[in-house]
Design a protein around this ligand. Structure first.
Ligand code: HEM
Length: 520
């Protein structure tokens, strides 16, 4: 047998032995306690064959229907728990947050690619709490109106780019998401679609979601962490190229973290800085003095917000466009509401929001129907736990099954249909609160998305302005036939559709004038 294969087989052999030991230990710990039900595993490998990288939320939904509110699987002894009901998510991830708020420390992403200080990966403890405090300071509800002017500029710039080159709509959405966050977080103004920070972010976020975290983010080195120490010569062996890849990605991630932060520091030094998350906190002496880790925390926190906002924004806007193309009657009804409340001589503003309930219902239904992060980002259980008589072992990865919650027929009858009317029904406050998809789509407990209030405002302004000024239709080919958008999901974490065709144009001369008036 050639040496290359010998090494691979030795590695797999060790994995097998390690898994047997681990699984026996797990069984011993479980004793006669009952794990939650789930698909039947095979010895040692566990449920490897049940898992798939693409659209895992679809089988996860079937498991939820078959087994109930908690489902347990394992791969090589590593427990995976799917939490399928809002009640269980609240009981475990919210109320028992002190043990359900850790994050898995995968060797590939955290150590080899050095992403361990990005907020979504930091273990639950002092550092994650410090970082979340910084974000809360800048993005808590009372601070959101400070960002309204930036949101307005980003929205009107987006509309004017869109009418100038509608075919490039996806590039404009990317620029919208990236430039708004660059401005809000670093005070940096993007001036073109190929801006260097924007491109850097797009590449780095793409590598993170599609390469480092592909196949759910689990690499052989995550299961056998000692493999991270293989010598350079071994990197050419089959299955061992991860270390060479990680070196390149680590440099890319560090440049992505350092570049925009250096920009803020230099602009503060030269006196040219704009108001932003970083500049506000850097110039606040009380904050600086209160923590010796301040600059480090700030640099990584700023980057985390930047990286977390781009794919999620693109995903949400994509679902909005798909919904509008499929439901012209919804678009029309929203335009009638806007025309009645706002008129056609100006764009909607935040003061109009309370008078535009149908537009709000469209945003809510877009979150619910689109589900940007269907299985949440996994949390890690820090201690053995028991829930309704079921044993959940310490170290299990906990997936909030947001997809199943947003497709819950009790909360949302006919859940596959995009139907904003469901949020227009007169219901009591308690029912309204329970059915608000924002309870789910931003995750849970102490790791819940810290950008949720910001994005609820920024995307409201974006979609209300699009509804006010644009017609959004399925494209038509040269022969006049409607081209159905091809909707394909390949990303393992975000439910981002692959690019699809969409025909957007000003709905009237007046609308075009309005758009041009803001960005001549
Ligand atoms: C467009 C809509 C967005 C959606 C649907 C979304 C959704 C999520 C979800 C599901 C999580 C995981 C929560 C958990 O682990 O329980 C998360 C985490 C996070 N999000 Fe968002 N997000 C969005 C936009 C944003 C924006 C605009 C920012 C920043 C300005 C942001 C910053 C973060 C950060 C830093 C984390 C990690 C939090 C932690 O682990 O402690 N997100 N987001």
């Amino acid at each position: 047998m050639p040496t290359t294969n010998t090494s691979l087989f030795t590695g797999l052999g060790c994995l097998l032995v390690a898994s047997i030991i681990y699984f026996r230990k797990l069984k011993a710990n479980a004793g006669n306690k009952h794990l939650p039900p789930g698909p039947k595993p095979v010895p040692v490998l566990g449920n490897v064959r049940d898992l798939q990288a693409k659209e895992l939320w679809l089988p996860a939904m079937n498991w939820a229907k078959q087994y109930g509110e908690l489902v347990y699987l394992h791969i090589f002894g590593q427990g995976l728990v799917f939490v399928n009901s809002p009640e269980a998510a609240s009981d475990l991830l919210d109320k028992r947050g002190s043990i359900y708020s850790d994050k898995p420390q995968f060797t590939m992403v955290c150590d080899l690619c050095n992403c361990k200080n990005m907020v979504a990966f930091t273990p639950y403890g002092e550092q994650s709490k410090r970082q979340r405090r910084l974000m809360h300071k800048a993005f808590g509800l009372p601070r959101i109106p400070n960002y309204y002017p930036l949101m307005k500029t980003a929205t009107t710039t987006f509309l004017s780019h869109l009418v100038a080159s509608p075919a490039d709509y996806l590039a404009h959405v990317r620029r919208y998401g990236g430039s708004l966050t660059l401005d809000v977080v670093y005070g940096y103004e993007v001036t073109s679609n190929d801006d260097s920070f924007l491109t850097m972010a797009e590449d780095a976020v793409g590598v993170l979601a599609n390469e480092i975290a592909s196949a759910g983010g689990v690499w052989l080195v995550d299961l056998l962490p000692w493999l991270q120490h293989i010598p350079r010569w071994a990197e050419g062996l089959p299955g061992m190229s991860f270390k060479r890849k990680a070196r390149g990605w680590k440099k890319q991630m560090e440049d992505f973290v350092d570049g925009p932060f250096e920009y803020v520091k230099n602009s503060i030094k030269s006196g040219s800085s704009k108001h932003s998350f970083c500049s506000t906190l850097m110039e606040d002496d009380t904050v600086v003095k209160s923590s010796e880790n301040f600059e480090f925390d700030l640099k990584w926190t700023a980057n985390s917000m930047y990286s977390a906002s781009i794919d999620t924004t693109i995903t949400t806007v994509s679902h909005f466009l798909l919904a509008m193309m499929d439901h012209p009657e919804v678009l029309k009804k929203a335009q009638q509401e806007i025309d009645a409340v706002v008129g056609q001589d100006r764009l909607p503003t935040f003061e109009d929001r309370a008078s535009l309930p149908y537009v709000d219902a469209i945003l809510e239904e877009t979150w619910r129907w689109g589900v940007p992060v269907p299985l949440n980002l996994p949390h890690r259980l820090m201690e053995d736990d028991i829930y309704k008589g079921q044993f959940i072992p310490k170290g299990s990865l906990i997936f909030g099954n947001i997809w199943a919650m947003c497709r819950n027929e009790g909360l949302y009858p006919d859940p596959e249909t995009f139907n904003p009317e469901r949020f227009m029904d007169k219901v009591d406050d308690e029912t309204r609160r329970k059915r608000d998809p924002r309870n789910f789509v931003f995750g849970f407990g102490r790791r819940q998305c810290p950008g949720n209030k910001l994005v609820d405002s920024s995307l409201w302004l974006l979609i209300s302005s699009m509804l006010a000024t644009l017609d959004i239709r399925k494209p038509v080919d040269d022969a006049g036939n409607v081209v159905e958008p091809k909707v394909v999901f390949e990303n393992p974490i975000f439910r981002t559709p692959n690019p699809f065709g969409c025909d957007m144009r000003p709905r009237s001369e007046k609308a075009l004038k309005l758009i041009r008036q803001h960005n001549p």
